[in-house]
Design a protein around this ligand. Structure first.
Ligand code: XLS
Ligand code: CA
Ligand code: CA
Length: 443
């Protein structure tokens, strides 16, 4: 059965097209610096927002019109998979992502839940034999069910900890079965509400033990996906342990986990942490830890996680700049962890939203590559740090100095001269490049 009868395969029609169901900028085969756009961007659809979410918010019931909602229970789960592969094919998207609970209903017992999952995974595997769409990552939802009220791997309740371990164990088996590229750990309720009732040391030690057991099990079963930590500072807990890249990195290093993980950076989580998206990408990149991206955007007027489809070209450009500088995302990709607004409740809106996101990142890719080709930032940065290429600066960088020598040097200095950082000049150049995205002229 077709769930999106009014939508055909989305084609690239170019920037002058008026067809809302066409790509204006995303041209999968087009080569950017010798590599096809499709391979640069590695887009993924998030199963939960697109097929499971129903528009429910704290003030209102679900309102999304979804043709598969005519079914219930396991039939609904199967219908979602059918609808998903129809959308993947029509959008020509190479990857998807899911949580265990997105794809199959939980049973009365853990064993029943496993059985439900197995049936859906078998069905997905069958689709994936002929579909080009692969699994970017899967994960276990350890935050929705009431048992996770105090956390999962940081719960005060050891029974919950064991239950969470079982879910991740199953998740790794499923990931292996479906040939996933990555496995994501987002600490949904791994944090605290108040220090007054929390043994933070025990919770963090337990979280590290949990990750070590996951690494051991993955090795044992030959799971080859990349492990990813997804930082988020708050929501649902007041303070989440994986606050941002810097906090996550300190944790991984403290507990001897660094070599086994990379980060999955979500734009809206970066902004909730008081950073820009590109800041988090940069911090992960310079530490060799940039693994994958949850491509969305928040709302500057709202202090929570709105998970909007990305349309801010400034942000997609600076994000793609970091990704290109990282030499791509390896096994990672750009997962649209994004949901249509509650007012966009028709099935076609799912296509408009993904097209908007894919086109926005395609523009970001093109502009970022041109900025790099023309050394727009690099030339200025190189000039700005010139003092570290000679004399005392070179001694500092090469480790050939100490406080005595630096003091002696400082004592003989006259007035110290600084130079402008040229921030506004750079921003106006970015605008020029953005507006020139279609011209073959370089600025
Ligand atoms: C929620 C997170 C979540 C993770 C996967 O804010 O973004 O969706 O990506 O559990
Ligand atoms: Ca996410
Ligand atoms: Ca989010």
């Amino acid at each position: 059965m077709a769930y999106f009868k009014n939508v055909n395969h989305i084609q690239y029609e170019g920037p002058t097209s008026k067809n809302p169901l066409a790509f204006k900028y995303y041209h999968p085969e087009e080569k950017i610096n010798g590599k096809a756009m499709e391979e640069h961007l590695r887009f993924a659809v998030a199963f939960w927002h697109t097929f499971t979410g129903d528009g429910t918010d704290p003030f209102g019931d679900g309102n999304m019109i979804r043709p598969w909602n005519q079914f219930k229970g396991m039939d609904l789960a199967k219908a979602r998979v059918e609808a998903a592969f129809e959308l993947f094919e029509k959008l020509n998207v190479p990857f998807f992502c899911f949580h265990d609970v997105d794809i199959a209903p939980e049973g009365g017992t853990l064993s029943e839940t496993y059985q439900n999952l197995d049936r859906i995974v078998t069905m997905m595997k069958e689709y994936m034999r002929t579909s080009k769409t692969k699994l970017l990552w899967n994960t276990a939802n350890m935050f929705t069910h009431p048992r996770f009220v105090h956390g999962a791997a940081t719960s005060c309740n050891a029974d919950v900890y064991a239950y969470a371990a079982a879910k991740v164990k199953k998740g790794l088996e499923i990931g292996k079965e479906l040939g996933t590229e990555n496995y994501v750990f987002w600490g949904g309720r791994e944090g605290y509400e108040t220090l007054l009732n929390t043994d933070t040391k025990l919770e963090l030690d337990n979280l590290a033990r949990f990750f070590h057991m996951a690494i051991d099990y993955a090795k044992e079963i030959g799971f080859t996906g990349q492990f990813l930590i997804e930082p988020k500072p708050k929501e649902p807990t007041k303070h989440q342990y994986d606050f941002d890249v810097a906090t996550g990195l300190a944790f991984l290093q403290n507990y001897g986990l660094r070599d086994h993980f990379k980060f999955n950076i979500e734009a809206n989580h970066a902004t909730l942490a008081g950073h820009t998206f590109e800041h988090e990408l940069r911090m992960a990149r310079i530490n060799g830890m940039l693994g994958s991206v949850d491509a969305n955007q928040g709302d500057t007027l709202l202090g929570w996680d709105t998970d909007e489809f990305p349309t801010d070209l400034y942000s997609t450009t600076l994000a793609m700049y970091e990704i290109l500088k990282n030499d791509g995302l390896g096994k990672g990709g750009l997962n649209f962890d994004a949901k249509v607004r509650r007012g966009s409740f028709e099935p076609e809106d799912l296509f408009y939203a993904h097209i908007a996101g894919m086109d926005s990142f395609a523009i970001g890719l093109k502009v970022a590559q041109r900025l790099i080709d023309d050394n727009v930032f690099e030339d200025l940065i190189s000039e700005r740090y010139q003092s570290f290429k000679e004399g005392v600066g070179r001694d500092i960088v090469e480790g050939n100095t100490d406080f005595y020598k630096l003091e002696a040097y400082a004592l003989q200095l006259g007035d110290i001269k600084n130079f402008s950082g040229r921030q506004e000049r750079l921003k106006s150049i970015i605008n020029q490049y953005l507006l020139d995205v279609h011209r073959n002229v370089t600025v």
